[in-house]
Design a protein around this ligand. Structure first.
Ligand code: CA
Length: 528
């Protein structure tokens, strides 16, 4: 070999070695995302009702970092998912509500596309709920629409496939199968996304009776009267256990997709209890109390399987020696009401639905057991994942990388106010469109349509349950003025259009007659 050839060969080896090192420094990313899993139902969040133990999810908090105020910019399923992918608010990614006639524009830039370009192998398994086909994934295997709990059909790369079993287990099996068969020469992004614990909260058959007929503590606001200066939005919603909860929600009607054998198991648990309920002929507050107990058994029962799924995925990483170079993130598309204010569902700027779990384990970066109450958001996920992989984020993404926080270094200019905007109205739950600013202590909210113009101020320090409107209290006049100014500044920064320029279709199931429907008109569907 000539001297020149030898030099070239040595240089080539060095280049390959450097590329290999760079590749190895890009961590794998396992993103576990559930649907409607609220912090009150994650034991490491220490909720006072102590509703459930989630040891596998808690392992991520013990070995990684817990964010106690991870906020969503628009508290419903599809819009939150669109924000995760794009790093943008609904008004820029175009996905405002869960209207199946207006699918997500998959030609947009998303973080999976950018990671794929940077050499990652990308996959999504489970709940997608954006109507258009996934883009930016080497492999996708998703539930159509909301999906179903038992024996769920799915779509694999465009082809419909049948599955037997419980949806959370199926998604976990498929996630592990993909990990086993992945291209091991590349770092991976796996988004393992659950349907559970979304309505109608149907647990795995093995978890029926998991709680031994426990009587759950009721939230303080189960019988909220929506007083203390709160406005029409509170009184006119349609999401109460008292009025909106259906027989299907209550498991007085079995889901249609059970096999005969599964149906026998279902009936063996529910039927004796349902018969007792029918005999009791409950009404008023007694009926709400019964529904709350049934709701908790079922919702929390779903989380048992999600927690087991997290345990199985973490064990796979351990067994395969992947733990050290894999970032594991657990989060949900929003929070949820577990009887607070008499409600189920989400949508509101209120803490239960605004805040979502966020746990991140990144070995050698996060410090075990670390926690922060800084305001972060699902809006930050895209830039965070790109930063972890060393991939530059596009300038028009609207969040901020959480990597400094994960390293224990909060930037001095970290956000102190967060912009929120919910649109979908009137279906399915008649929650009024509203926007506002969230700070560590306050929320200033404007309910603005249709035919509504009401402002509310909540003070979490003196009223953590958010049952009082301080907007007209003279003691808060200066606070309101300051927050109004900050809100306008946030709207400017995030390029929010003037309210009269929000496209009418943003409000969802949208024939004009529905938008203008007067108070007290027909009840919601279950499309949520
Ligand atoms: Ca959801």
């Amino acid at each position: 070999m000539t001297r020149i050839a030898l030099l070239c060969w040595t240089a080539a080896i060095a280049t390959v070695a450097a590329a290999g090192a760079a590749e190895r420094s890009q961590p794998n990313i396992l993103f576990i995302f559930s649907d409607d899993h609220t912090t009150q139902a994650v034991s490491c969040y220490g909720e006072s009702r102590k509703l459930i133990q989630t040891p596998n999810i808690d392992r991520l908090a013990n070995e990684g970092m817990k964010f106690t105020r991870c906020l969503v910019p628009n508290s419903i399923c599809g819009p939150s998912r669109a924000t995760v992918l794009t790093g943008k608010y609904s008004h820029l990614n175009g996905f405002y509500g869960n209207d199946p006639r207006r699918p997500f524009d998959g030609s947009q830039t998303t973080f999976p596309k950018l990671l794929q370009k940077a050499g990652y192998q990308t996959a999504i398994v489970g709940k997608w709920h954006l109507e258009s086909d996934p883009t930016g994934f080497d492999y996708w295997h998703i539930l159509p629409g909301q999906g179903i709990y038992y024996n769920p059909p799915m779509i694999r790369g465009g082809e419909r496939v049948k599955h037997e079993g419980y949806v959370t287990d199926v998604i976990t099996d498929l996630s592990i199968e993909w990990l086993k068969n992945r291209d091991r020469s590349k770092p991976f992004l796996l988004m393992s996304q659950h349907k559970a614990p979304h309505r109608e909260w149907a647990p795995a058959l093995r978890h029926l009776g998991w709680d031994n007929d426990r009587v759950y503590p009721e939230p303080e606001t189960l019988f909220d009267d929506y007083g203390n200066g709160r406005g029409l939005a509170w009184r006119d919603q349609d999401m109460t256990l008292a009025k909106t909860f259906t027989d299907r929600d209550a498991k007085l009607v079995a889901p249609p997709s059970l096999t005969p054998e599964q149906r026998r198991e279902w009936d063996a648990y529910y039927e004796p209890r349902n018969e007792k309920f029918r005999q009791a002929n409950l009404s008023g507050q007694d009926l709400v109390r019964w529904r709350y107990q049934r709701y908790m058994h079922d919702y929390l029962g779903c989380i048992k399987a999600v927690d087991e799924s997290v345990g199985r995925l973490l064990k796979y990483l351990d067994d395969e020696g992947l733990t050290e170079n894999t970032v594991v993130v657990y989060s949900s598309d929003q929070g949820f009401f577990l009887g607070e204010h008499g409600w189920f569902d989400k949508r509101w700027i209120l803490e239960e639905s605004l805040t979502t779990p966020l746990l991140v384990r990144w070995p050698k970066v996060t410090r075990p057991g670390d926690a922060t109450s800084k305001l972060v958001s699902v809006l930050d996920f895209a830039q965070t994942f790109l930063d972890m992989a060393g991939v530059p984020a596009p300038d028009d993404m609207q969040g901020r990388s959480l990597v400094p926080l994960l390293k224990g270094q909060t930037p001095a200019d970290w956000r102190t106010g967060f912009y929120y905007h919910y649109y979908e109205f009137p279906q399915p739950h008649r929650v009024r469109p509203h926007y506002g600013i969230v700070t560590e202590r306050y929320k200033l909210v404007h309910y603005y349509r249709p035919d509504l113009d009401e402002w509310e101020l909540y003070d979490l320090h003196v009223d953590p349950r958010e049952t009082k409107n301080f907007i007209n209290d003279p003691a808060y006049a200066a606070t309101v003025k300051e927050l109004r100014s900050q809100l306008e500044e946030l709207r400017r920064q995030c390029k929010a259009p003037p309210l009269d320029q929000v496209p009418p279709e943003a409000y969802g199931a949208a024939p004009a007659r529905n938008i203008r429907q007067p108070v007290g008109q027909p009840r919601a569907t279950t499309r949520n």
